[in-house]
Design a protein around this ligand. Structure first.
Ligand SMILES: [Zn+2]
Length: 122
């Protein structure tokens, strides 16, 4: 399952980032940007994340926040910027031109990791 693999990669990445921080003991939330071009089922991803997170103590109570990024392309012919509609193909709706390049929608990255506020050592 595609999403389970992604979930496990997110946990791995987050844990690598946190291993640099000696004081990281619990993660409150991980904010993830997922472009619509990635073709990721965000519900499955959340489900997979929740299934896997308890394997690491610091993620036991972590909430995964997913920001879905609209897929926007620039048309090759006239430089129009348009949102891609996956049901009607990828051509520019204004002039029918093909995709020149992608403006957004290919993201798959951790934007923010929030730690649970810590209690000071007595
Ligand atoms: Zn166009």
């Amino acid at each position: 399952m595609h999403e389970a693999k992604i979930a496990s990669l997110i946990l791995e990445k987050a844990s690598n980032k946190l291993s640099l921080l000696a004081y990281a003991n619990e993660v409150k939330s991980i904010q993830l940007a997922v472009g619509k071009f990635r073709n990721i089922d965000t519900e499955s991803l959340s489900f997979a994340f929740d299934a896997l997170k308890s394997e690491n103590r610091i993620f036991e109570r972590t909430t995964l926040i997913i920001d879905e990024i609209e897929a926007v392309a620039i048309c090759q012919k006239n430089g129009h910027s348009y949102s891609i509609d996956f049901t009607s193909g990828f051509a520019c709706p204004i002039c029918g031109g093909g995709i020149g390049r992608f403006e957004s929608g290919q993201e798959l990255e951790i934007r923010k990791i929030q730690l649970t506020s810590e209690e000071k050592n007595a």
